[in-house]
Design a protein. Structure first.
Length: 102
């Protein structure tokens, strides 16, 4: 017997842009990630400037900014090792938009 969820799941009703910007470190195949309230996620931004600003806080030479479609960004987030469980739109760092991928 199936049940209907009474409370919406976080991230299902959040609109993400069609394309986002992420930070990528080619030599190590790492991406910029962020932790908000115990949830780890691939950091993404709706503008290249947001990604640049976030990259200033990462002490790693050779970071580049990649523009990805929302679906591509979801796949990158899914491929990250645990504890990454989400894609996070960080245009507003104090109120990130979270889209769970697992």
């Amino acid at each position: 017997m199936s049940q209907t969820l009474v409370m919406p799941l976080l991230g299902l009703d959040t609109e993400f842009p069609d394309s986002v910007y992420v930070l990528h470190h080619s030599p190590t195949k790492r991406y910029g990630c962020y932790c908000h309230q115990g949830v780890h996620g691939l950091a993404c931004f709706s503008s290249q400037g947001g990604a640049v600003n976030f990259g200033e806080f990462i002490d790693l030479d050779g970071l580049s900014i990649m523009q990805l479609s929302f679906d591509e960004a979801r796949e990158v987030a899914k491929e990250r090792p645990m504890p990454v469980t989400a894609l996070m739109l960080l245009d507003n760092m104090s109120d990130p938009k979270v889209h769970f991928v697992r």
